[in-house]
Design a protein around this ligand. Structure first.
Ligand code: 13P
Length: 342
């Protein structure tokens, strides 16, 4: 694929005030969420759940790209359509999660390193043939006493860069996801310091590995206080801290930033994204978008509950959250939108 096309795909992923939908939970994670909701943890139930998502009427009005997992890209919708084709028909680009998960890092207690580079070149070429246009790799950085270490940050940043270079070689846009976790009682200032360090390391390695910044999307965490921190800043304060960090660390050549939700509620994830766009949108070099999993899916999963008869109501809840985030990209989200749904 020519460089021009890859850059156009990257721009298309954040175009029109829409965003991305992550529906790439690993089988253990998906099963855990099903178990919590009392849904049977079977291959067919996971297929049916993802079928409900990709066939939701109106999803393509708010979502440019959906990230699938290996199991799903090999499955078909109830109508007998491969998932990547069904997305394409809905006007949504198909993406694929290609990392093999974050594992305990040797010599680094409490820290993780993401695996999956070994056969990546072959897998990327297969996914491209199956219709994927972009890929995702997630690195996980925890905050605690004495961590993250330089060794953990540097190793994860290098893996992200090697992955991104292979994606571009295969004609896929890399979504580069360094996630600083919200777990813990750390302050927002500590999250800001760690997030900036992580992003600087990521862009250092992307440069060394000759990754074209115009042909990628960054998927970072927002700068937020830890979930157990007694001081929880307002949406405006988190917006200021997040944008300050990104302006310092993310080159203007990157077309878009699409946040992960990381365990925030759907409403908070919309409100915080909205605050960033209200305060800064006209002054930023990159699009500030979303690539949420839980913050879009959670209400829909609860309503669906594994039952066919609940599909229309679940789809409505799903598209509602996607619509709220589209409004947040324009800085037009408000709690009144939630009342309309209720
Ligand atoms: P959450 O939005 O649930 O954090 O998931 C985003 C994601 O893709 C994690 O890799």
């Amino acid at each position: 694929m020519s460089k021009g096309e890859l850059g156009k795909t990257a721009q298309a992923l954040v175009a029109g005030d829409k965003g991305l939908l992550a529906m790439d939970e690993s089988t253990p994670t998906c099963n855990k969420r099903f178990a919590a909701a009392g849904i049977p943890q079977t291959l067919e139930m996971r297929r049916a759940y993802r079928d409900m998502i990709v066939t939701a009427p109106g999803l393509g009005d708010c979502i440019n790209g959906a990230i699938l997992v290996d199991e799903t890209i090999r499955q078909q919708t109830k109508a007998g359509m491969p998932f990547a084709r069904a997305l394409q028909d809905a006007g949504i680009l198909a993406g694929i999660k290609v990392d093999a998960g974050a594992k305990e890092m040797a010599g680094h207690p409490g820290e993780k390193i993401t695996e999956g580079l070994d056969d990546l070149r072959d897998r990327l070429s297969e996914y491209a043939k199956m219709g994927a246009r972009f890929a995702k790799w997630r690195a996980v950085i925890a905050i605690n006493d004495g961590i993250p270490s330089e060794g953990c940050i540097d190793a994860n940043a290098l893996q992200l860069a090697l992955y991104a270079a292979l994606c571009q070689e295969a004609g896929l846009v890399p979504i580069v996801e360094p996630e600083v976790l919200m777990d813990g009682d750390h302050s927002m200032a500590r999250c800001a310091e760690v997030t900036e360090r992580v992003q600087r390391a990521v862009f250092h390695h992307l440069y060394l590995q000759r990754v074209s910044l115009e042909e990628m999307i960054l998927k970072p965490n927002m700068v937020l206080p830890g979930l157990e921190c007694p001081q929880q800043e307002s949406a405006e304060e988190t917006a200021d801290a997040t944008i300050q960090c990104l302006l310092r660390a993310v080159p203007a050549a990157v077309p878009g930033i699409a946040f992960l939700s990381g365990g925030q509620s759907g409403e908070l994830a919309s409100a915080r994204l909205n605050a960033m766009n209200v305060r800064f949108r006209s002054r930023l070099p990159w699009a500030v978008a979303f690539s949420y999993a839980r913050a879009i899916q959670e209400p829909a999963l609860e309503i669906w509950n594994g039952k066919d008869e609940n599909v229309p109501a679940a789809q409505k809840a799903l598209v509602h959250r996607a619509r709220c985030n589209k409004a947040a990209r324009r800085g037009e989200y408000s709690s009144a939108m939630e009342k309309e749904m209720a």
